[in-house]
Design a protein around this ligand. Structure first.
Ligand code: G6P
Length: 608
């Protein structure tokens, strides 16, 4: 989703801004632009489409200056064209603004500004801000931004420059992430750390209601009453190699192939083999507190919601506690039964998804204790939750989530071990699960070593227009996730269903043109799923099955089979999802789709 990067310092800003924008490409965008103080005034260059087009424009007519802001836009208000691209200029051209988020009272403010003679050029809510800051300007940019923001309702992460109060960037945050990067006599502003990681690993995260003023001499953070705030400087451990492709043709493929290591990283130092439990330093909950909860609510969006479904299954089976999984966007707008006896687990790769963050705040407001299962260190959910488990999967750049999913499931299992052992699960059961977990990296590697088999299946089905994914028990969420991966990146319509539920609708779709992917591993519901395979075959459907052993019951029924190593039922989602990630990947590549930046999708959805 929209990205911001800004620079102030001794260097020429344009190449730094373009580099930052490219690092933000993965978030999803449809236009891009820069605004730079060129000595005489603020000059903007912007373009619809890819950053490469903007770069061509800037090559043709270079803009030089050492203070600038830049943006990748993911359209909300108005189509993704050049006029609507950010930065937006105020009427007299003195103020340039980039903005992530949504100004909810834009219509009212626009009418007010039009009444005062401002003429609007774009369809965006952001242009309102640019004019409003000009209207409030009285010689000092931060005062003008502060005054303007007091009139604004909605969410924003903004960066602003002025041709009158020059050589500074003013940034402010409410509901949309922003951080400062601290270099040697140079300072950055960015919505995502990857934009500035090549230049500094020292960052300051802005909180809602905070404003920063940066110039080549330093930075200040103030609140909305202009009172100065002392901020902690955080150090980012990620290095540049982690946000580059490293020889893989796509980030998504790289991230799929990283899973033996990322799953290992999620477990590292957290398994207590002898006691059959886990050690989770970040929960901030005593055993007594953990035992005091009567129910758990897990809330998330997208792929993270699928991992939540697996977590529900694990927690209910092993910890015997009622668990409810809810889409964050639904949870926040109903009246859920949540109180101080509820533990609310919030799952988010980015830690910035607007609906998930709002759901967490709502759960807190109702008295629940909140735990974040998050990948992005220092993200808003990580900071605002009462405690949590970092999944340590490293930066995930591909829009379609892969390694974060498997690591989320591992993190949920770590928590299940902890709670399960407190609530009566036997030590032997815990030890058995841990032994299975320790074997996961090697098992994933054996699947990845046979990626070619999946590529062959992809070749056979790359022209299909529909896919059905079916699984039962622990593998039902795997079916949902497999279908989501395929539709996200290949644009093939795909549905995931609990296998038995197929009879209540999707069976009507089955004919010789319909590939049906079964997750038919050897588990407690294997026999049940065999009858579902028969039902599909009887209607001439094409069956692709992920299995875990040679099964007589499936003899002659499968068009394609991919065998994963055997493991316990509750660990199987981690193994079974890997071939489905590869299947989606290879089909998308064979169809010529842009795997890492699929159309219309954003990596981190920071608007409601
Ligand atoms: C977007 C991404 C998905 C992701 C979802 C939730 O839709 O494209 O891949 O699963 O957001 O994101 P989160 O960062 O909260 O896990």
């Amino acid at each position: 989703m929209c990205g911001i990067v800004g620079y102030v310092g001794p260097k020429i800003a344009t190449p730094l801004l373009l580099e930052g924008l490219k690092r933000l490409e993965y978030r999803g965008y449809d236009s891009a632009g820069v605004a730079i103080m060129n000595g005489a005034g603020v000059e903007t260059v912007k373009e619809a489409g890819k950053i490469a087009k903007l770069e061509l424009l800037l090559d043709a007519t270079p803009v030089t200056g050492t203070t600038g802001i830049a943006h990748t836009r993911w359209a909300t208000h108005g189509p993704p064209n050049q006029v609507n691209a950010h930065p937006h200029m105020s009427q007299d051209g003195s103020v340039a603004v980039v903005h992530n988020g949504i100004i909810e009272n834009a219509t009212v403010l626009k009418q007010m500004l039009q009444g005062r003679g401002y003429v609007f050029r774009s369809d965006t809510d952001t242009e309102v801000l640019a004019h409003l800051i000009e209207e409030c300007f009285d010689g000092n940019l931060e005062d003008a931004v502060l005054e303007a923001l007091l009139q604004v309702e909605g969410t924003y992460g903004i960066a602003v420059i002025s041709s009158v109060d020059t050589h500074k960037i003013v940034a402010a945050r409410k509901g949309s992430p922003l951080l400062l990067g601290l270099g040697e006599n140079e300072y950055f502003i960015a919505s995502d750390v990857s934009a500035i990681l090549a230049h500094t690993r020292q960052v300051v995260y802005l909180e809602d209601g905070e404003m920063a003023v940066l110039d080549a001499g330093g930075y200040r953070v103030i609140d909305m009453d202009a009172v100065e705030i002392t901020k902690n400087v955080a150090h980012i451990d990620w290095d540049l190699a982690q946000i580059e492709r490293g020889g893989f043709s796509h980030f998504m493929l790289k991230e799929i192939f990283e899973q033996p290591q990322t799953v290992e990283q999620t477990m590292r130092g957290r398994l207590l083999d002898d006691e059959g439990t886990s050690k989770l330093g970040g929960l901030n909950l005593s055993d007594e507190e953990l035992l005091s909860f009567t129910n758990i609510v897990i809330t998330a969006c997208g792929t993270s919601w699928h991992s939540a479904l697996i977590g529900e299954h694990m927690l209910e089976e092993l910890a015997r506690i009622p668990v409810e999984v809810e889409y964050a966007s639904e949870f926040r707008y109903r009246n859920p039964v949540v109180d101080e006896k509820t533990l609310c687990i919030v799952i988010s790769q980015s830690g910035e998804t607007a609906d998930t963050l709002a759901a967490m705040r709502e759960a807190k407001r109702r008295g629940a204790r909140t735990l974040g299962i998050v990948n992005s260190v220092g993200s808003t959910i990580a900071r605002e939750s009462d405690g949590g488990i970092y999944i340590h999967a490293g930066p995930e750049i591909g829009v379609a989530s892969t390694k974060a999913f498997t690591s989320q499931v591992v993190a949920l299992l770590l928590f299940t071990l902890k709670l399960g052992r407190l609530r009566g699960m036997s030590q032997e059961r815990g030890q058995e699960i841990i032994a299975g977990m320790r074997a996961l990296p090697q098992h994933i590697q054996t699947i990845l070593d046979r990626a070619q088999e999946i590529e062959d299946i992809a070749e056979e089905y790359k022209r299909a227009s529909n896919f059905l994914y079916l699984g039962r028990g622990y593998n039902f969420p795997v079916a949902l996730e497999g279908a989501l991966k395929l539709k996200e990146i290949s644009y093939i319509h795909a549905e995931g269903y609990p296998a038995a539920e197929m009879k209540h609708g999707p069976i009507a779709l089955i004919d010789e043109m319909m590939p049906v992917v079964f997750i038919a591993t050897h588990d407690a519901v294997f026999e049940k799923i065999t009858s579902n395979v028969h039902e599909v075959k009887a209607r001439k459907g094409r069956v692709i099955a992920v299995t875990s052993r040679d099964e007589d019951a499936l003899e002659g029924l499968l068009d394609y089979e991919f065998r994963v190593p055997e493991t316990s039922d509750l660990l199987m989602p981690i193994l079974a999802s890997v071939p489905l990630q590869l299947l989606a990947y290879y089909i998308a590549v064979k169809r010529g789709a842009n795997v890492d930046q699929p159309r219309n999708l954003a990596k981190s959805v920071t608007v409601e």
